[in-house]
Write a protein that binds this ligand. Structure first.
Ligand SMILES: Cc1cc2nc3c(=O)[nH]c(=O)nc-3n(C[C@H](O)[C@H](O)[C@H](O)COP(=O)(O)O)c2cc1C
Length: 144
């Protein structure tokens, strides 16, 4: 069975809830979802996969979480070319700038986006955001 890894960081659970919705979509499409907190992830996790998901809320000032997610992203940047990636995350008072920057960073490194602009949810994901995450999970499974 194809496996899809969903690597995420979440401080207060909103991005974790999005990760679960992505996993639900993966499972609904008949693949196996593996949710991995980024603290437990390494470059080897994505070395041999064609498609995976990365989730992180907007932190700092429109930045990725800096102690775990940012170093992980830097670590994998040289190996994402040609891979299909879903970026997702929650935000608060901003306008999604962190996600625009993140998409630009990953596509600049040659990754292909499962969702062109990533999936963002304001604080806790509402039904629309959950549905978007599930649909993207299905697309990931189809590309795994
Ligand atoms: C230290 C800190 C910095 C934040 N910076 C931003 C920000 O720059 N822009 C924004 O829109 N939201 C910001 N937020 C709000 C979070 O992105 C928002 O609460 C989000 O839902 C948290 O997701 P999580 O539950 O997965 O941790 C910040 C929150 C914290 C705690």
């Amino acid at each position: 069975m194809a496996e899809v890894k969903i690597i995420y960081w979440s401080g207060t659970g909103n991005t974790a809830a999005m990760a679960q919705s992505v996993a639900d979509g993966v499972a609904a499409a008949g693949a196996e979802a593996k949710i991995i907190p980024v603290e437990n992830a390494g470059a080897a996790d994505i070395a041999d996969v064609k498609a995976f998901a990365l989730g992180c809320p907007s932190m700092g000032a429109e930045q990725l979480e800096e102690s775990s997610m940012e170093p992980f992203v830097e670590e994998i940047l040289g190996s994402v070319s040609g891979k299909k990636i879903l970026l997702f995350g929650s935000y608060g008072w901003g306008d999604g700038e962190w996600m625009r920057n993140w998409v630009e960073q990953m596509t600049g490194a040659g990754a292909e986006m499962i969702e062109a602009e990533g999936i963002i949810a304001n604080e806790a994901p509402d039904a629309d955001a959950q549905a978007a995450c599930e649909a993207a999970g299905k697309a990931l499974a189809a590309n795994a």
